[in-house]
Ligand binder design. Structure first.
Ligand SMILES: Cc1cc2nc3c(=O)[nH]c(=O)nc-3n(C[C@H](O)[C@H](O)[C@H](O)COP(=O)(O)O)c2cc1C
Length: 187
């Protein structure tokens, strides 16, 4: 499925397409990006406890030092409903972003990120969070999973991916693109 424009208005369609693909392929593990929790809750309500859902948030301090965009109450609600919530350093930013912020320029992790953004923000995020979830031990190694990302908020891209650990990042294989926006700019 190719959406016309990027953005959170594609969230429900993206989640439904991702779940349909998971059922068709017998995939049990789904990784979703959700900063404040809205997208994770929407996925949860459609998925009805049939999947291992990993919700990856922004790292604490992404917008404001010491603060996470997901409230503690939301985090606990997701955990109580069986969602694994992962908050950690972003794979494709990390200390490379600190070098850019301090000295300027662009460094390998962010070059990889920018290259993946040729497919849109959501695809870049879906690849990134799949590897982060694997490194955290929250999804099994060597299996195809579904990963869902979006453009700033919500979801507009989903893929079937077999992630590799970050120390072998380039062994990651995107098996299928379930959906993505044709026009990448956020509307
Ligand atoms: C680790 C991580 C990295 C992200 N990187 C980007 C990015 O590079 N570009 C972008 O548009 N959105 C990015 N996002 C946002 C997600 O794609 C998604 O739209 C958002 O997490 C949904 O949050 P919500 O449920 O609060 O709306 C990122 C999210 C996470 C968790």
């Amino acid at each position: 499925m190719f959406f016309d424009k990027a953005g959170e208005h594609n969230t429900e369609a993206t989640l439904k397409l991702a779940l349909k693909k998971a059922e068709e392929k017998g995939i049990k593990n789904i990784v979703v990006a959700s900063c404040e929790g809205d997208t994770a809750f929407k996925l949860l309500s459609l998925a009805e406890n049939r999947f291992n859902i990993v919700c990856v948030t922004h790292h604490t301090g992404f917008r404001e030092p010491g603060v996470n965009e997901m409230s503690e109450e939301t985090r606990q609600k997701l955990i109580a409903q069986g969602v694994k919530v992962l908050t950690t350093t972003h794979l494709l930013a990390g200390v490379d972003r600190a070098i850019r912020n301090q000295f300027g320029g662009v460094y390998p992790a962010e070059i990889i990120a920018q290259t993946l953004r040729i497919f849109g923000q959501g695809i870049k995020v879906a690849v990134e969070i799949a590897v982060m979830a694997l490194d955290a031990g929250l999804i099994p190694f060597g299996q195809e999973i579904i990963s869902i990302g979006g453009t700033s908020s919500g979801a507009d891209a989903a893929i079937v991916i077999q992630p590799a650990h970050s120390n072998h990042f380039f062994a990651t294989e995107v098996k299928e693109i379930i959906c993505m926006p044709r026009n990448k700019k956020q509307v």
